[in-house]
Design a protein around this ligand. Structure first.
Ligand code: NI
Length: 174
């Protein structure tokens, strides 16, 4: 049993969250160990998705678990999403990098997802519902885009201030 590690999650307005991530060249044991740590970090933070950039790593890697049992982690290396419909699905989104903030974002209701899995095998599948919402949110992260970027400037600034206060309060409590 290899010990997994919980990594630190960056929060807004950390400028590293605005970077554009680089494609992964090889899915190897080192990358798998990193993805295991990402999954552990996601579970520890009670999230359903996490992009590598959120732990300060600029590779195009995403992990996700949409199961109620929290026992079905999924891994996406170099994920690409392509909208398959003009129908938009509104969903109240949250983000581990923007804790305590939730707001509605509209995204295409159905997308194709192309990626390499945990073993490095290419996968192409269709996503709908929460899966479609989540994978589009995570791929946005890889391009330096946050869900609050879709909100008004006023709402975005309020969100950042709220997170800064929360992070400061956490620091004082620790
Ligand atoms: Ni997020």
């Amino acid at each position: 049993m290899i010990a997994m590690a919980v990594l630190e999650i960056l929060t807004v307005p950390d400028p590293r969250l605005k970077e554009v991530c680089e494609p992964v060249e090889t899915v190897d044991d080192a990358l798998r160990a990193f993805m295991d740590d990402m999954v552990e970090t996601m579970y520890d933070a009670d999230g359903i998705g996490l992009a590598a950039i959120q732990v300060g790593d600029l590779r195009r890697v995403v992990v996700m678990d949409l199961s109620d049992e929290r026992d079905s982690p999924r891994h996406f290396v170099n994920p690409v999403v392509t909208p398959l419909t003009e129908e938009m699905l509104p969903y109240s989104e949250g983000c581990l990098s923007i804790p305590s903030v939730y707001d509605e974002v509209e995204r295409p209701a159905k997308v194709r997802v192309d990626y390499l899995d945990y073993k490095g095998n290419p996968v192409s599948e269709e996503a709908e519902g929460l899966y479609a919402v989540c994978i589009q949110h995570e791929v946005d992260h890889l391009n330096g885009v946050l869900f609050i970027d879709y909100l008004s400037r006023l709402k975005r600034e309020r969100a950042v201030k709220k997170v800064q206060k929360l992070v400061k309060a956490r620091g004082e409590a620790a």
